[in-house]
Design a protein around this ligand. Structure first.
Ligand SMILES: [Zn+2]
Length: 126
Protein backbone atom coordinates (compact mmCIF):
# COMPACT_ATOMS: atom_id res chain seq x y z
CA UNK A 1 0.00 0.00 0.00
CA UNK A 2 1.40 3.39 -0.93
CA UNK A 3 1.56 5.93 1.86
CA UNK A 4 -1.06 8.61 1.36
CA UNK A 5 0.04 11.88 2.81
CA UNK A 6 -3.08 13.89 2.15
CA UNK A 7 -5.88 11.45 2.71
CA UNK A 8 -9.33 12.82 1.96
CA UNK A 9 -11.86 11.75 4.56
CA UNK A 10 -15.02 13.36 3.21
CA UNK A 11 -16.69 16.49 1.98
CA UNK A 12 -16.40 19.69 3.97
CA UNK A 13 -19.79 20.47 5.53
CA UNK A 14 -19.28 24.22 5.19
CA UNK A 15 -18.13 24.95 1.64
CA UNK A 16 -18.85 23.91 -1.94
CA UNK A 17 -15.73 22.14 -3.15
CA UNK A 18 -13.73 21.51 0.02
CA UNK A 19 -12.66 18.12 1.28
CA UNK A 20 -11.47 17.27 4.75
CA UNK A 21 -7.90 16.03 4.67
CA UNK A 22 -5.47 14.77 7.28
CA UNK A 23 -2.51 16.93 8.21
CA UNK A 24 0.18 15.97 10.68
CA UNK A 25 1.02 18.77 13.06
CA UNK A 26 2.79 19.32 16.36
CA UNK A 27 1.28 21.00 19.37
CA UNK A 28 3.55 21.60 22.35
CA UNK A 29 6.12 19.41 20.57
CA UNK A 30 3.66 16.50 20.52
CA UNK A 31 2.66 15.09 17.15
CA UNK A 32 -1.07 15.11 16.51
CA UNK A 33 -3.40 15.40 13.57
CA UNK A 34 -5.44 18.20 12.18
CA UNK A 35 -8.40 17.38 10.01
CA UNK A 36 -8.83 20.47 7.87
CA UNK A 37 -10.77 21.62 4.85
CA UNK A 38 -8.68 21.82 1.68
CA UNK A 39 -9.81 25.45 1.38
CA UNK A 40 -8.44 26.30 4.82
CA UNK A 41 -4.73 27.03 4.99
CA UNK A 42 -3.33 27.12 8.46
CA UNK A 43 -0.05 28.69 9.43
CA UNK A 44 1.61 27.32 12.53
CA UNK A 45 4.01 29.31 14.54
CA UNK A 46 4.99 28.77 18.17
CA UNK A 47 1.88 26.64 18.83
CA UNK A 48 -0.40 29.37 17.59
CA UNK A 49 -2.26 28.58 14.44
CA UNK A 50 -3.67 31.19 12.16
CA UNK A 51 -5.73 31.04 9.03
CA UNK A 52 -3.90 32.42 6.03
CA UNK A 53 -5.49 35.23 4.02
CA UNK A 54 -6.12 33.12 0.92
CA UNK A 55 -8.33 30.70 2.83
CA UNK A 56 -11.98 30.58 1.83
CA UNK A 57 -13.09 28.21 4.58
CA UNK A 58 -12.01 27.83 8.18
CA UNK A 59 -13.32 24.40 9.09
CA UNK A 60 -10.97 22.11 10.99
CA UNK A 61 -11.03 19.48 13.70
CA UNK A 62 -8.08 18.94 16.03
CA UNK A 63 -7.54 15.24 16.74
CA UNK A 64 -6.82 16.00 20.39
CA UNK A 65 -9.75 18.33 20.98
CA UNK A 66 -11.45 15.95 23.45
CA UNK A 67 -8.30 15.51 25.52
CA UNK A 68 -10.01 17.13 28.51
CA UNK A 69 -12.36 14.12 28.56
CA UNK A 70 -9.47 11.68 28.24
CA UNK A 71 -9.89 10.94 24.57
CA UNK A 72 -6.33 11.18 23.32
CA UNK A 73 -7.08 11.31 19.63
CA UNK A 74 -10.07 11.41 17.33
CA UNK A 75 -9.47 8.75 14.68
CA UNK A 76 -9.79 9.03 10.93
CA UNK A 77 -12.71 6.59 10.90
CA UNK A 78 -14.56 8.74 13.40
CA UNK A 79 -14.03 11.77 11.18
CA UNK A 80 -15.25 9.85 8.12
CA UNK A 81 -18.36 8.84 10.00
CA UNK A 82 -19.23 12.28 11.32
CA UNK A 83 -18.81 13.80 7.84
CA UNK A 84 -21.13 11.18 6.40
CA UNK A 85 -23.75 10.94 9.13
CA UNK A 86 -23.31 14.27 10.92
CA UNK A 87 -22.77 12.50 14.21
CA UNK A 88 -20.43 9.92 15.63
CA UNK A 89 -20.27 8.01 18.88
CA UNK A 90 -17.11 8.78 20.83
CA UNK A 91 -15.65 6.97 23.81
CA UNK A 92 -14.73 9.23 26.71
CA UNK A 93 -13.31 8.40 30.09
CA UNK A 94 -14.10 9.86 33.47
CA UNK A 95 -11.01 10.18 35.65
CA UNK A 96 -13.29 10.73 38.64
CA UNK A 97 -15.23 7.48 38.44
CA UNK A 98 -12.59 5.63 36.36
CA UNK A 99 -15.18 4.49 33.88
CA UNK A 100 -15.61 4.96 30.20
CA UNK A 101 -18.77 6.32 28.68
CA UNK A 102 -20.07 7.18 25.24
CA UNK A 103 -21.44 10.40 23.84
CA UNK A 104 -22.45 11.67 20.45
CA UNK A 105 -20.14 14.17 18.81
CA UNK A 106 -21.58 16.43 16.15
CA UNK A 107 -20.14 18.86 13.61
CA UNK A 108 -19.55 22.32 15.02
CA UNK A 109 -18.46 25.08 12.69
CA UNK A 110 -16.44 26.93 15.29
CA UNK A 111 -15.01 24.11 17.40
CA UNK A 112 -14.72 21.33 14.85
CA UNK A 113 -16.78 18.84 16.82
CA UNK A 114 -18.85 19.27 19.91
CA UNK A 115 -20.16 16.73 22.38
CA UNK A 116 -23.90 16.35 22.93
CA UNK A 117 -23.91 16.21 26.73
CA UNK A 118 -27.72 16.05 27.07
CA UNK A 119 -28.04 12.65 25.45
CA UNK A 120 -26.82 9.59 27.32
CA UNK A 121 -25.76 6.55 25.41
CA UNK A 122 -26.27 3.73 27.84
CA UNK A 123 -25.37 0.61 25.90
CA UNK A 124 -22.86 0.15 23.18
CA UNK A 125 -24.37 -1.58 20.17
CA UNK A 126 -21.28 -2.57 18.25
ZN1 LIG B 1 -14.57 23.94 3.74
Amino acid sequence: MPVMINKKLGKCPFCEDGNIEVRKIQINAKPTKLYACTNAHWVFEHDICELSEDSTCSYRIFANQFLAWNKKSIGENEIRKVLEEEQVKVRLFSSKTKTEYFKWAIIDKEYGLSIVWDIDITNEEE
